[in-house]
Design a protein around this ligand. Structure first.
Ligand code: NA7
Length: 293
């Protein structure tokens, strides 16, 4: 039986790991804060990254940012060296350029690196309906695919070149935030017009203006429930990557740049741990209109 490992049991990773256990896979887990590893019932918590690396054939990683992936894979405990072979599937959203370097170093140590960022929010991780965009060796993906299906309903191989998956995620994040901006201003418009907000969502979500953000985060926004499916702080980390990548490629991304600045204003107000749909608060400030007000 293939032994799987999962490193990083935050909002996304915990749901994904639970789905792997529910699908009957043998799963070893590790998380910096140990309690989150103990909370995944049916999985075996490892005492160190090294132990996890020794035991596992395929290791999934889902941590915050580029330096975090670097420290887990090539830091003191050296997950990649401990694995010594097999496949590492990085579900974190990190720099495409750094991914190319990490994949090359992993290859030198006999480990195949797939960059496989995810989209679909905490709901997607819980329900097993994430979209995964993958870069790297297609044969390694074919071998990992049956396990990844436990938490994904869409797995697309974007390219053989490491970093291709991360590039596709940049595209995804530009769509996410511009749709979030659209959802925010549309709901404020409905509020100012005196429309019933829930009814308005039902009326328009199936039309040409509908989006995942509008259907999933719109109802949360009108309840003023700012709990995160994805935090503003992590969204900003991704937008920095999008802006840097677009700058390198010479592509103007005015919508993404505007949202970056609006989130910056919310971070300055100490709201970085709220969900990315709290973007509407920046527009409420500008307009003097409050959802549900
Ligand atoms: P969360 O809920 O903030 O979880 C982040 C996870 O990453 C969590 O398990 C953290 O451990 C772990 N982490 C962060 N930095 C490190 C370092 N340096 N070493 C070890 N572990 C670390 O984020 P999400 O689950 O929403 O998102 C994860 C990724 O998916 C991110 O790239 C998104 O853009 C997409 P902790 O529990 O804090 O000890």
């Amino acid at each position: 039986m293939t032994t799987l490992g999962f490193v990083g049991l935050g909002i996304m990773g915990s749901g994904m790991a639970r789905n792997l256990v529910d699908a009957g896979h043998d799963l070893v887990v590790w998380n910096r804060t140990r309690e989150k590893a103990d909370a995944v019932q049916g999985a075996r918590p490892a005492t160190s990254l090294t132990e996890l690396g020794w035991e596992c054939d395929i290791v999934f990683v889902c941590v915050s940012d580029t330096p975090d992936v670097e420290s887990i894979t090539f830091g003191e405990e050296g997950l990649v060296d401990a694995m010594g072979g097999g496949t590492l599937v990085d579900h974190s959203t990190i720099s495409p350029l750094a991914t190319q370097e990490l994949a090359s170093r992993a290859g030198d140590a006999g480990v195949t690196w797939l960059d496989a960022p995810i989209s679909g929010g905490s709901e997607g991780a819980e329900k097993g309906t994430l979209a995964v965009m993958v870069g790297g060796d297609p044969a390694a993906l074919e071998a990992a695919h049956p396990y990844m299906s436990a938490y994904s309903s869409s797995i697309v191989h974007v390219g053989d070149q490491p970093g291709s998956g991360q590039m596709a995620k940049m595209v995804n994040q530009a769509l996410v935030v511009v749709n979030q901006l659209a959802a925010s201003e549309a709901l404020l418009l409905a509020q100012a017009a005196g429309l019933d907000l829930a009814t308005t969502i039902s009326a328009v979500e199936g039309g040409a203006g509908g989006s995942w953000m509008f259907s999933n985060r719109g109802p949360q926004m009108i309840r003023r429930d700012w709990s995160p499916g994805f935090t503003i702080d992590l969204q900003q980390k991704d937008l920095r990557l999008v802006l840097d990548t677009a700058d390198d490629l010479g592509v103007p991304v005015p919508g993404t740049a505007l949202v970056f600045q609006l989130y910056r204003a919310l971070q300055a107000r100490g709201l970085g741990s709220e969900g990315n749909h709290a973007l509407v608060k920046a527009l409420e400030e500008i307009s003097g209109i409050e959802l549900g007000g």
